[in-house]
Design a protein. Sequence first.
Length: 320
Amino acid sequence: MPLKEAATNPHQGAPGTAALTEPSETPPDDLAAHPPVETLARIRSAAPALRGVARRIADTVLTRPQWVMQATIAELAEAAASSPSSVVRACRELGFQGFPDLKLILARDLARTESAGFRQPIPPTEPDDVPPATTLERVLRAGAQSLIDALATVDQHSFEHVVTAVAHARRVLFVAVGTSRTPATDAAQRFTTIGLHAFAPDDVWSQQVMARQLSREDVCIAISRTGAMRPTLEGAQKARDGGAVTVALTSYSNTPLATMCDHALIAGAPELGFRLQGMTSQLALLAILDALYSAVATQIGSRATVGFNAISAVTAQHNT
């Protein structure tokens, strides 16, 4: 059964991000179970694709969100060395209707996250003489924040389509290079244990040969934190040319990989500098793969149960 359907990728074929909707009203008692949508996370995932004045405006919002809520459009323009009209354009590029819309949604999100105790300030830089205990706390808090942010940046509609596509796929190919290879290999192995034909070749040549052989009955999941690694882009493009469903798993929207694929799952990380940003982004990407694995296992039902029983049997054999 062909899997190719209308793409649900809100980033595909259009500049700018998908429009940000106002957060739904969640009762205060449910905040711990349902963390509120994070506007800052969405802006953070979109900011790297912006240039010049628009990037300065986005950076100002990210670094001074509380001030932005109280500022006028002229004050934000001055702080970002821009103009009021540039602020309006930047807000629209980020998916808002304008500056008032940005302030309204930002105020609601910050109030809800702070009342629920989710967001704590994380220092933007780390001194060379920082105590080990401080480093431990900062890394753990950054990792937790990246997971919270993923609740905002992963489009649930796209995720549901990806789950269905993977559950019904003839083959699932993971393409990735560098540090993204390890989560790709782990994911392929885990999907194999629940009865799926999943592959994650080690070398780029093998990835692209397999990608060329995919068809409408197959799925290709391309993993790249930056969304711009050329070998991964080439693998995804070959799979797409053959008609396979293509999925981008990346940290930023509006990247070449996110715009190329049928579905984009965006899981970013706080801006923490070179030493931490890659690690926290990797944690968010791993969490998305875990969620995908669990959701697919639930959807395929008895097939997954057979796999789980096999895992239990083999584990018991080796533990005795």
